[in-house]
Design a binder for this molecule. Structure first.
Ligand code: SAM
Length: 297
């Protein structure tokens, strides 16, 4: 699948399944979003939630100045329905945000699927103020026990595939190295194993639907749904390894802008999306301070 087809797939997928990642994470024993929000709470300035989806992190950062950006109308409508905002419709590879104005970028479950990744990372670095933080939550592949591996083999075999054709597989366990190459200073790289409760056929169907499998035919999907429903039962658990990488835009990159980072598109392509909690902001923050984030340097 080439990049254009992938983007088309992703857009249709999220418009028709708004909030799917948040719903999947509601099956977890503890919230991965709470883990992600931890290092972001003390950061001064605006937190930009990149590819925010239904904006679940908003609820975990009640004291922060926050703005969510996503490309999917469906996801943004779901976020607004849940009273989360302000929200902006824009693409992660062309952020309509002034350079050096953002205190932190929160990237939940998006870096392995956003394209083109070099532009996305360049854009994150551009909008962060010197010393600003990137906190990224991604799926991990390592860390599974034998029974965990067998559980996942069962799921993937029901779906008729052994791999997810994501465009940036290196942005999972290899994310820290990738960020270093892209000019970030990495502060921490941790893996945590969450546990999904597959107690019911609905929970198992949600898992099967949440995995980004563009090649699945409707017939195969139906077969997988039935197989996974038969496997689900009270007490059925599946481990979900995730990785949280926290990095900084080093001060020595101050003022530096990169080709393809979206630096020349500030103020363009902004279609504010109304929400109950906050007013939309076109052009986006010029309000961020220049202090270093506290408590993690
Ligand atoms: C796996 S979901 C994660 C959503 C949310 N961060 C969460 O954790 O619940 C990936 C998100 O990326 C968004 N997305 C895909 N391509 C995008 C792009 N080019 N620019 C901005 N958002 C994009 C999708 O609409 C979707 O909301």
């Amino acid at each position: 699948m080439d990049e254009r087809d992938w983007r088309r797939y992703l857009s249709a997928y999220h418009d028709s399944r708004p909030g799917i990642t948040e719903r999947l994470f509601q099956l977890a024993d503890t919230s991965p979003y709470a883990w992600l929000a931890g290092p972001l709470r003390a950061v001064p300035g605006t937190v930009l939630d990149l590819a925010c989806g239904s904006a679940p992190t908003r609820d975990f950062l009640p004291g922060n100045d926050w703005v969510g950006i996503d490309l999917s109308q469906g996801e943004l409508a779901e976020a607004a329905r849940r009273g989360r905002g302000p929200l902006v419709r824009a693409s992660a590879d062309a952020l309509p945000v002034a350079s050096g104005t953002i205190g932190a970028v929160c990237a939940a479950m998006c870096l392995p699927v956003l394209t083109p990744l070099p532009q996305v990372l360049g854009g994150i670095r551009r909008v962060l103020r010197p010393g600003g933080m990137l906190a990224a939550l991604v799926p991990a592949q390592s860390g599974l026990s034998v029974s965990g591996l067998l559980g996942w083999a069962r799921v993937m075999s029901a779906l008729g595939t052994m791999r997810q054709p994501w465009p940036n597989p290196q942005a999972r366990d290899g994310l820290a190295a990738l960020l270093r190459t892209a000019g970030f200073r990495v502060y921490s790289d941790e893996r945590r194993i969450f546990t999904l409760a597959l107690d019911s056929p609905d929970a198992a169907a949600l898992l099967g639907d949440a995995l980004y499998l563009p090649d699945l035919t409707p017939r195969r999907t139906e077969h997988a749904r039935r197989t996974l429903a038969g496997w689900a039962r009270p007490g059925r658990r599946l481990p979900l390894p995730l990785r949280l990488v926290v990095a900084e835009r080093p001060a020595d990159h101050a003022g530096q802008e990169h080709v393809g980072s979206g630096a020349h598109q500030t103020g363009a392509h902004v279609r504010p999306h109304r929400s109950r909690r906050g007013a939309p902001r076109a052009g986006l923050p010029r309000c961020c301070g220049s202090r270093r984030p506290g408590g993690w340097s």
